[in-house]
Design a protein around this ligand. Structure first.
Ligand code: NI
Length: 277
């Protein structure tokens, strides 16, 4: 019996490769996080994008608070065990009536993490109904091996390389993953998933948090991560500092260093020098 998950839920995750909906915090708290993000966007005059939409927990106190949220960590610990690192965070934002989409893919494709004990907690800052371009999961596909992907760099594709899986996906088998503000879903690093454009009149905002147990290794580079729970007896990752204040010089420096490492993993073998979109 886990702290948050029942044995049946843990068995579901093992069989299907995902679990939802789970509640992290109230809709009002989710609104508070959305307001914090949008205050930053109002200051810069633009939606958060490019390098700044990744590893945001190194930049903002409120994002650091979310990756350390006890309810999220207790849930992830039920699957990955008590010693946890946050490897990265990525905003997936679809503006109102936005053609942006996510092609079918496995997260494991460019990440360089081994073994595949990696779980994403996708946290909804807004309601994310099916029409807003909610995620779609292919149940049980996490038990497939790594499948080849082709890079498209398609303009409206939210993925780092616009990568898509070289496999025919039977849409009839896919499961829609609608969430309410403050809820989250969990998915396994090999689960095949994607999403459609947002056809609603509001933004759809989600923060994907990638958690790994401390025994996972990065095989591409010397990488860094944030210890969020328990002890690290493996030292496979340099530990990142938590932000003392939003966007303070130390936080910005730590973020810049971490993003350089990210470019060395997800964009390795390419000419890309800045995160797309
Ligand atoms: Ni993904």
């Amino acid at each position: 019996m886990g702290k948050m998950l029942t044995p049946a839920q843990i068995a579901d995750f093992e069989r299907d490769g995902y679990l939802f909906p789970l509640r992290a915090f109230s809709a009002a708290e989710a609104r508070g996080y959305r307001d914090a993000l949008e205050a930053y966007e109002a200051e810069t005059g633009d939606a958060i994008h490019s390098n700044m939409r990744h590893k945001v927990h190194l930049l903002f106190r409120w994002a650091d608070e979310i990756v350390h949220h006890p309810r999220i960590l207790d849930t992830v610990a039920d699957i990955l065990g008590p010693d946890l690192l946050c490897w990265t965070t990525n905003f997936f934002i679809k503006e109102a009536e936005d053609p942006a989409f996510v092609s079918w893919h496995q997260d494991s494709t460019y990440w360089g993490l081994e073994p595949s004990d990696v779980v994403t907690a996708w946290v909804a800052f807004t309601d994310a109904p099916v029409e807003s371009g909610a995620m779609k999961f292919l149940p049980g596909s996490h038990r497939l091996d790594q499948i080849a992907h082709r890079d498209t760099y398609a303009a409206e594709n939210l993925l780092t390389r616009g990568q898509e899986i070289e496999m025919e996906v039977d849409e009839a088998q896919a499961v829609d993953v609608p969430l309410k503000a403050g809820e989250f879903s969990l998915h396994h690093i090999r689960l095949v998933h994607g999403s459609e454009p947002n056809t609603t009149p509001d933004r759809r905002i989600g923060l994907a948090i990638r958690y790994i147990p401390t025994y996972v290794r990065q095989v591409k580079i010397d990488d860094s991560a944030t210890l969020v729970r328990g002890r690290d007896r493996h030292d496979n990752f340099e530990h990142e500092p938590r932000p003392a204040a939003d966007l303070d010089p130390a936080a910005l420096a730590a973020h810049t260093a971490a993003i350089q490492r990210m470019l060395g993993t997800v964009y390795s073998g390419t000419e890309v020098t800045e995160a797309r979109r």
